[in-house]
Design a protein around this ligand. Sequence first.
Ligand code: DGY
Length: 325
Amino acid sequence: MSKPVLLVTRKLPVEIEARAVRDYDARLNPRDEPWFRDGLEIARRATEAKAAGVLIAAGDPMNAAAFAALPDSVKIVTTFSVGYDHVDVEAARAKNIIVTNTPEVLSFATAECAFTLLLMAARRAGEGERMVRANKWEGWAPTQLMGVTLEGKKLGILGFGRIGQKLAAMARGFGMQIHYRDLRKLPPEVEQGAIFHETDEKFLASIDMLSMHVPGGDGTRKWLDATRLAQMKPGSIVINTGRGGSVDDQALVAALTSGHIRAAGLDVYDGEPKVFPGYLGLENVALLPHLGSATIETRDAMGERALQNLDCVLRFDLPPPHRVA
Ligand code: DGY
């Protein structure tokens, strides 16, 4: 029997591409050419290849127009990401196309990234690194680049799902007290002592550091705006490894400039790979290029998960384990 045709929009880890080539008539993008930035171009290539499946990744714009242009041969679109805010799931449903993602396997890595940013922001690591590289360091000084400790601080986790819970476990090791905000209070075995807040206002007023783990999309658009920033204690820290659109960049830059927010650490941006220009000149913000899940182990596991979903639909006629539409 001939292998199903699989269009892959991005360069993937070597072993994942090898597995895709073994089990599919895989059309790869080995040089990561940027045609993946255009949903209509993805659909055009899927049509040309008569693809049965399309393996996309975080940010590939699979919007309504792209789904409308996909050929009927396409049964499944699987995204190499847990987030699927770049996928119009309603449009997929309307065309009877299955959509899957890669949850769970990236929770620890993303929490690690949030924790990295938390330490960078609290301990001014980016500033220190820039100072050394610029040859501006004149030696140890009693008041140089003093940050704040995490020990004893209240960490507020917005979105206490898999990633938020992993971050809480790491933060407990640093002697932090965990507070959280979610749609509802979670069972005690999940909370493990974390304190639930019923309102944003109480949550924000209670914490010293905020780590955001909410999906993108209209429901969370510019959630952290000027009003909510003002509800935070002076000298608080803001971390975002969820989606860039949930921060009002102008408001955060103003709060960082005034010092009301001591420091921030960002891994995600509204309209990536664009970065809001106001951040670039600020010393008190650590900026990473969407590295949340970027460990060798995690990217391999994400690839395996994407292929597992494809296998179920295209090779074994089974329900895929991580279906979102
Ligand atoms: C995701 O999986 O949604 C991340 O943002 C990319 O790893």
